[in-house]
Design a protein around this ligand. Sequence first.
Ligand SMILES: O=C[C@H](O)[C@H](O)[C@H](O)COP(=O)(O)O
Length: 271
Amino acid sequence: MADVEAAKRAAAQTAVANHYPKDARWVGIGSGSTIVYVVEAIKALGVDTSATRYVPTGYQSRQLVVGAGLTAVEFDALPAGTVLDVAFDGADEVDDDLNCIKGGGACLFQEKIVAMQAKEFICVADSRKLQSRLLTNWKYVPIEVAPMAAYRVLNKLKELGSVDPIIRTNLDPKEGPRKTDQDFFLIDAPFPIMLTQSDIVAGKVSGKDGAWEVNDLSKKIKEIVGVLEVGIFSGLTGPQASAAGGIGGQRPVAAYFGMPDGSVSVRKASS
Ligand SMILES: O=C[C@H](O)[C@H](O)[C@H](O)COP(=O)(O)O
């Protein structure tokens, strides 16, 4: 475990060294255990942060920012038209194309919004998250749902091929369903290993026996009424999104992984 924490810290330090802008004005800060090392690395830069505003992605993230002596500004308090210089976040799994699974720690909706408002979205993780295809080591897609629709969504997910999707409970199940920062529920939906675009080019069929191409599954789940957001971050990357008239994408432009030997492995978007 100590090695995993060291790996997260190494990845965070490299990601911050490579992507934290000298005169950062707006910086997105994600959620989870790895982002803690990102904030630590930002502080360790020793740069003047007095004019920088950090946009949190939930309660834990805001506490982290404030606890580090940085200034938080909520997403809905950003001046109109604000584009974040960069957003850092963790991930539960990242594939060859930089598609990610997120939401293992119950945060995904605010994370997606913040990522898409940033010029650069950067993921930081340890080597367990580095896989060729999603749902290789990580086994389910976290989905944020309106409480009153949860059982309806569960049934719809079964129709898509998810075997035994469940409503996530608190650690002590007697305490009931786990609530998100939006007071919604989470459904954890297991699916077979996801297909990439290259699999489709090679002739595999999306949706057969529940094995979906990443973008396809994300869209299908998002179409279910009652779903607020799905923990698959896929589609356009930052440059592609801005070329299409948007700001940033759901997919990171780069992901940093701390490896067991102390090195940091980087995956970058090709376009
Ligand atoms: O719900 C939580 C977020 O999506 C996290 O960024 C993700 O689960 C990775 O968390 P960690 O850095 O703790 O592995």
